[in-house]
Design a protein around this ligand. Structure first.
Ligand SMILES: NC(=O)c1ccc[n+]([C@@H]2O[C@H](COP(=O)([O-])OP(=O)(O)OC[C@H]3O[C@@H](n4cnc5c(N)ncnc54)[C@H](OP(=O)(O)O)[C@@H]3O)[C@@H](O)[C@H]2O)c1
Length: 231
């Protein structure tokens, strides 16, 4: 069977790094996106797959030029892309609450966590449309659930609510193209951002589930560990 090709943003460490490992173990060709190429190359070396299987890709999701260049790099090797995982994120602003929130932090959080996903999807879309098994996974968070919304971590929460809205929009738009678009919460996971929580392998597996669902699987949903959660 032809190998599936995936792009993971923010994959040089944390959940994105482990998602890359798990997908490569399943036979996917993975572009390991990192805004600092040296860090990405170091991550690729650490993963220790063949150079054809896991490929370092310089990719800053806040820069249109960087995303365009990354697309050109992918196109040098392949004429399509099967999976986009919008994983890169910043500013779990647990030092803030909504009544005193710093709008600069909100701007920065949205630029990466939300607009970054738009930049990636819209730029890569022509490649994704060539796939017979297209998937977009937006790595969201329970912090973006309206059902359990907290006044704290306001910039982060807002960026993830908006990311969830994008999941619904893209899912509807791309339904006729059979591209499945879902939001996934990895759960509280022990990374630099999480600073505690469950093992990275488990958080990453929650994301990988949405990549490996059947072609007639769900689209436009919000999941953790393969189970639907409240928006
Ligand atoms: N950990 C948790 O408990 C938890 C819970 C719920 C949801 N999540 C979500 O899971 C995802 C991964 O989180 P994590 O815990 O693995 O975070 P992390 O350890 O802080 O890693 C974040 C990754 O994003 C990258 N990144 C930041 N800005 C970027 C940009 N402009 N362009 C490209 N890459 C960029 C970072 O690159 P650098 O190394 O260059 O900084 C890093 O590789 C995020 O979407 C997060 O919101 C995490």
């Amino acid at each position: 069977m032809e190998k599936l090709i995936a792009l993971v943003t923010g994959a040089n460490r944390g959940i994105g790094f482990e998602v890359t490992r798990q997908l490569a173990n399943r036979g996917y060709i993975v572009f390991l996106g990192s805004r600092n190429l040296k860090n990405g190359q170091a991550a690729v070396r650490e993963l220790n797959f063949s150079p054809e299987q896991v490929i370092a890709l310089e990719l800053d999701v806040t820069s249109g030029t960087s995303v365009e260049n990354a697309k050109s790099e992918i196109q040098k090797k392949f004429n399509h892309l099967d999976v986009i995982i919008n994983n890169a994120a910043i500013h779990y602003d647990d030092w803030e609450t909504v009544t005193t929130v710093d709008l600069n932090i909100v701007h920065e959080a949205l630029e990466t966590n939300t607009y970054g996903a738009i930049r990636i999807i819209n730029t890569m879309l022509s490649l994704l449309l060539q796939s017979k098994h297209g998937r977009i996974v937006n790595v969201s968070s329970g912090a973006g659930s309206l059902a359990t919304m907290s006044p704290d971590t306001p910039a982060y929460n807002l960026s993830k609510v908006a990311l969830n809205a994008l999941t619904k929009m893209y899912a509807e738009k791309l339904r006729p193209n059979d591209i499945l678009v879902n939001s996934v919460c990895p759960g509280w996971t022990f990374t630099d951002m999480g600073k505690g929580g469950r093992p990275i392998s488990e958080g990453a597996a929650s994301v990988v589930w949405a990549v490996t669902i059947h072609d007639r699987g769900p689209t436009g949903g919000f999941f953790r560990d393969g189970k639907a959660i409240d928006w």
